[in-house]
Design a protein around this ligand. Structure first.
Ligand SMILES: [Zn+2]
Length: 332
């Protein structure tokens, strides 16, 4: 790394610290315009320390507590460090929606045993990300067949780079690859329950599906809904802020007053939480788009704090406010 690049990178790190604001003049003086432009890509701002999010997630999940929350009828949810897992129990065996991070295996396994002794027969992946498919291999070995949208199988089957995480995933092992895939819709009848699976148009990724447990009116949104957390958006595999907003609208078109909604991340919620999520995405998208249209750089938009009234609550999970603004800026 050249001196100029190093200086520019140092300044980018400063920009990502919410409490430190630097002026455009100081910023340009420190790094030089060309170097600043080269470093100030959204992904640089997001993963300013390099490939840390995925290794950090793997490490955190190894010790994270996994709790069980009973929802309605024979449906529970496991809440832990990665994506939320829905569990349907009954004489046909357990049906799981999502599989957490691989290192959470002992905690997920113990939580499943606390719900019932039924074996796991079926695993549905809401999308291909490691914090939702990490348990695919061990759950398959335990007897589950895996079902997903066809793009989940595609991304798991090959080397896939996620720029937003500065991480390259190797192809998954054969046992972790979904054996059944579909394009738009899929319906399952099991344990006295009808499960409607539906593909979103590209949103958080190009592989996102929702799962609706019809009789209980429980709806798993995958990562198209994060409850009071800024969402990650994976531009490398088809995601975008506009797609994320479209999916948020699709969820609102589906929700009923009594529906229980399981987000990809965050606490179980309902209609009001889906409305709030859509409103926050739209408000921040509109503010960032207006500033970008005025010619503001990413650093300037981050410094303007378009999400100021949400940042303290919403910027605490995977996504700092600066990281989320960078993903929005990339897509407007
Ligand atoms: Zn995801």
């Amino acid at each position: 790394m050249s001196y100029v690049q190093a200086k520019a990178k140092k300044e980018v790190r400063m920009v990502t610290t919410p409490s430190i604001e630097i002026s455009r003049r100081q910023f340009l003086a420190a790094g030089g315009l060309m170097a600043a432009a080269a470093w100030l890509t959204p992904t640089t701002l997001f993963a300013d320390s390099g490939d840390v999010l995925v290794p950090g997630g793997l490490k955190a999940a190894a010790t994270a507590k996994v709790t069980v929350q009973a929802l309605r009828r024979n449906i529970s949810v496991l809440l832990g460090a990665g994506g939320n897992i829905a569990v349907l129990t009954g004489p046909d065996g357990k049906i799981l929606v999502d599989a957490e991070i691989v290192t959470a295996r002992p905690h997920v396994s113990a939580a499943l045993a606390r719900i019932s002794a039924d074996p796991v027969k079926q695993l549905i992946n809401t999308h291909w990300h490691f914090d939702h498919t990490g348990g695919n291999e061990w759950l398959h070995e335990a007897g589950a067949s895996i079902l997903a949208q066809e793009n989940t199988r595609k991304h798991l089957s090959e080397v896939t780079r996620v720029e937003g995480w500065k991480h390259t995933f190797p192809a998954a092992s054969a046992g972790a690859i979904p054996s059944t895939v579909f394009k738009e819709d899929y319906t399952l009848h099991t344990n006295g329950t009808t499960l409607f699976l539906k593909h979103y148009s590209p949103a958080h990724t190009d592989s996102d599906i929702s799962v609706h447990f019809a009789e209980a009116d429980v709806f798993h949104t995958g990562d198209t809904f994060w409850n009071r957390d800024y969402p990650f958006i994976d531009y490398s595999t088809g995601g975008s802020i506009e797609g994320a907003i479209r999916a948020a609208e699709a969820n609102l078109a589906k929700v009923t007053d009594k529906m229980i909604v399981i987000p990809g991340h965050g606490a179980v919620g309902g209609k009001a939480d889906l409305i709030l999520f859509r409103d926050v995405l739209v408000e921040i998208r509109d503010k960032v788009a207006a500033l970008k249209k005025q010619g503001k750089s990413l650093a300037e938009v981050v410094a303007a704090k378009p999400g100021a009234r949400y940042d303290a609550e919403w910027g605490n999970l995977f996504m700092s406010p600066a990281a989320f603004i960078a993903l929005v800026y990339q897509g407007v």
